[in-house]
Design a protein around this ligand. Structure first.
Ligand code: FAD
Length: 423
């Protein structure tokens, strides 16, 4: 494997990476495939319950979305709560909103408990209106969150100006529950905590076959065989063909980011409260500062070109010049992208693929809280919790036949968007 960092976070996280090969054929109670938030949180919570848990990661810890994302610790809901209630009904709707509304505070409690060094800030995130229509949408969201008693503030154009450091936005919604992290730092910290609780982690181990052998599951890998009572797949948007059909239950899209070199005091007026920000545009745009005053900007699609040349580099320079004209020319340090699993209704899923084989999947770009909480839920389920108490019902695997076409269409639209916005 090439040793170039997979993201800024891979290079900048203070928490140490952990790499360990599989020591021959092994047996465990719970085998977990995928070393991101879902897999590592499952391992941590299983180990805390006294279960023998073993994570198998094909590459390195955080290789998937977990080590590449924007680090916005949002309450895991894409949709306004009223739409979630409509889709999930009166039992699961309120439960889902409540469970995931508490997601950021649970993530920050784990960071505190395990002293995870991940540049955590707890000053909220801002959903910024890219246009008056976006502000209308935010008004509806704010009214419903307030009705539910949640700590959000709807901010006028004037009010967001100083908070964001620019006057290009038409208002915003500040969610006080949320915050930001260095996601690779958090992921490695979860791995450290899971190991501390007794879980095992093996990296560079790709599961290539998965089948039932009597009452046990047998997982064949490039390094040996793992026998387990239960299996959790935490492979999400990086699912391969290990389980037939799993990579077809979502539409995969890419999301890219560029990070500048540290800006020092020049950046002090950009999000002075250090909130992370994303906008209401259909092709979403985000920016934030990291703990070293680098400015990160990103949007949907892949990096086209390199960190210092090509389309994405031009796009990033243009975006920064548009929003912060006083900053002047920028030098960039890292450019990267990752994969996101989008479901048709923007809700995640929990599947039981076969007896004792579970997978939470399809987080629609909201995985820090979702992965952490679903990992906890998987550990609860495996250790005897009634499945009726899960935050979502376990559903039948259902594929999205149009996913391959949609993936290509989105990719084309995202690249065209970068081109249009680079002129
Ligand atoms: C650029 C980007 C920005 C994002 N921004 C945010 C954000 O700001 N906030 C937020 O909450 N979410 C964000 N997300 C979404 C979030 O990162 C994901 O939802 C989350 O990381 C999913 O975690 P996971 O553990 O389920 O899967 P992943 O972290 O993707 O992990 C899956 C792992 O499975 C491994 N794997 C796959 N197949 C096998 C196999 N056969 N054997 C062994 N291992 C295997 C992969 O190597 C990978 O490491 C973003 C995502 C991207 C890509």
């Amino acid at each position: 494997m090439d040793n170039a960092p997979i993201s800024l976070w891979d290079a900048s996280a203070v928490e140490c990476d952990y790499r360990q090969s599989l020591a021959g054929d092994v047996t465990t109670e719970v085998a977990i495939i995928g070393g991101g938030f879902t897999g590592l949180s499952t391992a941590l919570h299983c180990a805390e319950k006294g279960l023998d848990a073993h994570v198998l990661e094909a590459e390195q810890i955080g290789f998937g979305g977990s080590g590449r994302n924007c680090g916005l610790v949002n309450a895991a809901l894409w949709m306004p709560p009223q739409d979630v209630r409509k889709k999930l009904g009166t039992t699961y709707g309120p439960r889902f909103i409540d469970f995931f509304g508490g997601g950021p505070s649970y993530v920050f409690s784990l960071i505190e408990k395990h002293q995870i060094r991940c540049e955590a800030t707890k000053t909220g995130t801002i959903h910024a209106a890219h246009a008056p229509s976006g502000f209308k949408d935010l008004e509806g969201r704010a009214a419903e969150w307030k009705r539910l008693g949640e700590p959000v503030d709807l901010l006028s154009r004037e009010e967001v100006k100083d908070l964001i450091g620019t006057d290009v936005f038409h208002g915003g919604l500040l969610d006080h529950r949320a915050g930001t992290i260095n996601p690779m730092g958090y992921c490695r910290g979860l791995a450290r905590a899971a190991r501390g609780a007794g879980a095992k982690i093996s990296t560079g181990v790709r599961a290539t076959k998965l089948h039932k052998d009597g009452a046990k599951w047998r997982i064949e890998t490039n390094q040996g065989t793992v026998t387990a009572d239960k299996v959790v797949l935490g492979t999400n948007a990086y699912s391969d063909d290990l389980w037939p059909g799993l990579a077809k239950v979502f539409t995969m899209i890419h999301y890219f980011q560029l990070a500048t070199k540290p800006l020092g005091p020049e950046a002090a007026h950009i999000l002075p409260g250090r909130q992370g920000l994303w906008d209401t545009g259909q092709i979403m745009f985000n920016y934030r500062r990291d703990g070293f005053d680098r400015l990160l900007v990103g949007s949907m699609g892949k990096v086209v070109g390199t960190v210092d040349k090509g389309l994405s580099h031009r796009w990033a320079k243009k975006q920064i010049a548009r929003i912060f004209p006083s900053l002047g020319p920028m030098e960039f340090e890292e450019a990267w992208h990752g994969q996101i699993a989008m479901t048709p209704d923007h809700l995640p899923r929990i599947y039981e693929l076969a007896d004792g084989l579970f997978t939470p999947i399809g987080y629609n770009g909201r995985g820090i809280t979702t992965g952490t909480l679903f990992g906890q839920a998987m550990a609860n389920l495996i250790s005897g919790m009634d499945r009726a108490d899960l935050p979502l019902p376990i559903t039948e695997l259902s594929t999205v036949p149009s996913a391959p076409i949609l993936k290509r269409l989105y990719q084309t639209a995202f690249t065209a968007n970068q081109m249009m916005k680079s002129i």
